[in-house]
Design a protein. Structure first.
Ligand SMILES: [Zn+2]
Ligand SMILES: [Zn+2]
Lengths: 264, 197
């Protein structure tokens, strides 16, 4: 590759496209979550031109096989093949699109250091985007399951059974975000909420991928669980997620109707 | 770091979209070595654009009066609106000479990752324009990328109860390209948009 101006070497990995941002006239900076190299920001040259060799392969939420060239500040994408381009099934469904955005932003925030591998979070993120694209479960449920399990990877999953403070065996009625989740009557700080027991059960089901319980949950418990998950997440992140308030949660009935239609 | 005026200029240029620190420096020194009359013309163009150009109060295209040139034109049809992201898209579509209706410029696309939701765009204004029932067809001409498609999906759902004819620009294979190089999304779209010959 002499004369190109890059001294670095080529490397290859599979990755999920998390974010794309315009750069100059026709380029983009692509934020990739790679399997073995963690989060990588790379330049895709000429990608916005209609005749670009990349085509639509570097659109958000696609699972791709990429070849990158190490650069001085940003790596450069030299080749890309689609493994599963989920973007198509996501952009045609608005709630899915908003959920995919929140998943991508969370993955980005939970990988603060570039090029630091995080295989567990990569697999979790890829699985969530796939589940979302396939529409197997309500998109709002997919998001909450992802957030709960991603917080688990980060080491601050909320306590859902035993008391978050003293470990007293649960279930408990109280729930406090600052205290770390479910709290027993002795440890319950002022301002603790009292979610419905079914809400906590739903959160536990989502955290452990018990989809039978999750899919059968009631809309009001889903709403309450979403609120608690979001509050728990925001408490632990320094800056609020921009995408979370824009998530279209009003999809439970539509999802169910579509699921029935797709299955039949 | 430079001092005073030159660094101020580099800082200001560096805030422009697509201009990195290196380009900012290059432009600043180009300005410094340019003819004073050229620089004055550039400065006047910058000031005048903010003084004279505003946004059309009806369609949010760029305008030099209350309404833009297209909204003022009585020969254009009020029965079809074309929804685009930016004023530059109006220019691109006008160049084709294919469209004789009115526009509505959203001011961008829905992009939750950048914190842009429907309330940050001229969506409510579009709904208000459609409420009088004059418009019969809405052409969604947002960009053929994920954000643009998702925005079109959102708008189509939103206006559905109004019973309008909603269409989306066909997207597919670029003219001059080879089929084998098309990616799955582009090829899928092209299949969807196939037409009788
Ligand atoms: Zn306790
Ligand atoms: Zn106008």
């Amino acid at each position: 590759m002499s004369g190109v101006g890059f001294k670095g070497k080529l490397y290859r990995d599979d990755a999920l496209v998390l974010r794309v941002q315009k750069l100059g006239e026709s380029d983009r900076i692509i934020t990739l979550f790679t399997r073995r190299h963690g989060r990588v920001r790379a330049v895709a040259k000429g990608v916005r031109k209609t005749m670009s060799k990349f085509g639509g392969r570097l659109e958000p939420f696609g699972h791709v096989d990429v070849q990158l060239l190490e650069g001085r500040s940003l790596d450069v994408i030299s080749q890309v093949e689609g493994v599963d381009l989920y973007g198509r099934r996501i952009m045609d469904d608005y709630p899915r699109y908003t959920v995919a955005s929140a998943i991508a932003e969370t993955a980005e925030r939970l990988t603060p250091v570039e090029q630091e591998p995080s295989l567990r979070l990569f697999l979790l993120t890829l699985g969530a985007i796939r589940a979302l694209a396939l529409g197997e479960h309500g998109s709002s449920l997919v998001l909450d399951a992802y957030l709960l399990r991603a917080m688990g990877v980060a080491g601050w999953a909320p306590a859902l059974l035993d008391c978050a403070v003293c470990g007293n065996p649960g279930p408990h009625r109280g729930f406090s975000v600052p205290a770390g989740g479910a709290v027993c009557p002795d440890c319950r700080p002022p301002g603790a909420s009292h979610p419905a027991p079914a809400t906590i059960e739903l959160m536990a089901a989502l955290a452990s991928s018990d989809w039978q319980v999750a899919d059968a949950s009631e809309p009001n418990h889903r709403r309450e669980a979403s609120g608690l998950v979001a509050a728990h997440l925001q408490w632990h992140l320094e800056r609020a997620l921009r995408s979370l308030p824009l998530v279209d949660r009003d999809d439970t009935t539509r999802d169910r109707a579509r699921d029935r239609k797709e299955r039949s | 770091m430079y001092e005073g005026a030159i660094q101020d200029l580099i800082d200001e240029l560096g805030r422009l979209p697509g201009v990195g620190p290196k380009s900012a420096q290059r432009i600043a020194f180009h300005v410094l070595s340019s003819d004073p009359s050229d620089v004055k013309r550039l400065a006047q163009a910058l000031t005048r654009v903010k003084e004279l150009v505003r946004f059309c109060t009806r369609c949010f295209n760029v305008a030099e009066s209350d309404l833009c040139r297209i909204c003022r034109d009585p020969r254009r049809s009020d029965e079809v609106y074309c929804v685009v992201e930016e004023p530059k898209d109006v220019v691109a579509i006008e160049r084709t000479g294919e469209f004789r209706g009115r526009y509505h410029v959203l001011g961008g696309a829905i992009n939750p990752l950048e914190g842009v939701g429907p309330d940050n765009l001229k969506v409510r204004e579009l709904m208000m324009r459609l409420a009088d029932g004059t418009c019969k067809e809405l052409i969604l001409a947002t960009d053929p990328n994920t954000e643009g498609e998702a925005t079109a999906t959102y708008l189509a759902l939103l206006v559905k109860p109004m019973g309008l004819n909603v269409t989306r620009l066909a997207s597919g294979l670029p003219v001059g390209g080879d089929l084998e190089y098309a990616d799955e999304i582009t090829l899928g779209r092209a299949f969807e948009g196939r037409r009788a010959v």
